[in-house]
Design a protein. Structure first.
Ligand SMILES: Cc1cc2nc3c(=O)[nH]c(=O)nc-3n(C[C@H](O)[C@H](O)[C@H](O)COP(=O)(O)O)c2cc1C
Length: 262
């Protein structure tokens, strides 16, 4: 059972790939959270592998992933193999440790953990990579994925291959809380004249925080996955004045339909 969260398809692609190689079903964390509000309870088959795959936001797992793991409950857990993969543009700080600590509190043990560099989607600060760099990152990611599939298939224990970056402790313990406190504001999102009201932003919003009434209107529950701004087919969505000239990113192996939140 592979639990995933994804804004622009990188993490969904990774989860799908590992799921196919290991014949494990995928479970969308965003769909689970949006459809239930108390506990998330799953019954495991014997020997079932458990995975958590998500993007890195400010050197930590997204708030929604943390919230989900805190309320997660397994029936029939018998020391099942647990792994995690964080997709990122560059590095992940201590995000894997955050996941490991959360699992420990539930008497679950993380057996292996990885980061995979993939194209960046955070166009609010910075821009997308050039097409060349994007291609290089995607090709390199395939090699890392092969390695992860080998580790997971053979239930290898104690394999942690993580690009943590410089001063990972500070990045995760200082920047991440700041980002969650100050960086999730939706006031600057707006749609331009070329918005057709197609509704893709509403149906791919991980927080079900957008309502399209001719044009999208944002509520307050955002976690900045940036699905809305990156997946808009008309590039009509902007954040303040800084994103008009910037690129947009969607993982090329994933289609928008797969990104829709049930
Ligand atoms: C709000 C936000 C914050 C991000 N912070 C980081 C970061 O701290 N380090 C990093 O390497 N990439 C960071 N990224 C880039 C994403 O982690 C990366 O592009 C990821 O693969 C996107 O996955 P997805 O397509 O499944 O949403 C950030 C992206 C967003 C939207």
């Amino acid at each position: 059972m592979i639990f995933y969260f994804s804004g622009t398809g990188n993490s969904l692609y990774v989860a799908k790939n590992i799921g196919e190689h290991n014949k494990e079903e995928l479970v969308s964390i965003a769909s689970a959270i949006n459809n239930k509000d108390e506990s998330y309870e799953y019954t495991l088959k014997d020997g079932e592998i458990i995975g958590f795959v998500y993007p890195i936001y400010a050197w930590a797992p997204p708030k929604m992933v943390i919230q989900f793991i805190k309320k997660l409950k397994f029936n029939n857990y018998k020391n099942n193999y647990i792994f995690t993969v964080a997709t990122c543009g560059e590095n992940v700080g201590n995000a894997i440790k955050v996941i490991s600590n959360l699992l420990n509190k539930k008497n679950l043990t993380l057996k292996s953990g990885f980061s995979i560099q993939m194209p960046n989607n955070y166009i609010i600060s910075g821009d997308v990579y050039t097409k060349k760099v994007e291609q290089e990152k995607l090709s390199q990611a395939e090699l890392v994925l092969n390695k992860i599939n080998d580790v997971v298939k053979n239930s290898k224990d104690g394999i942690f291959e993580i690009e943590k970056g410089f001063v990972p402790g500070i990045l995760t313990s200082v920047i991440s809380p700041l980002f969650n406190k100050k960086g999730l504001d939706t006031k600057k999102f707006h749609a331009g004249h070329n918005c057709t009201g197609c509704g893709i932003c509403e149906s791919t919003c991980n927080c079900k925080n957008i309502k399209v009434r001719k044009k999208p209107i944002w509520g307050k529950k955002c976690i900045q996955c940036l699905a809305c701004i990156n997946l808009c087919p008309k590039r009509a969505i902007q954040y303040g004045k800084g994103t008009e000239k910037k690129g947009r990113y969607k993982n090329p192996n994933i289609n928008v339909k797969e990104m829709m939140i049930k």
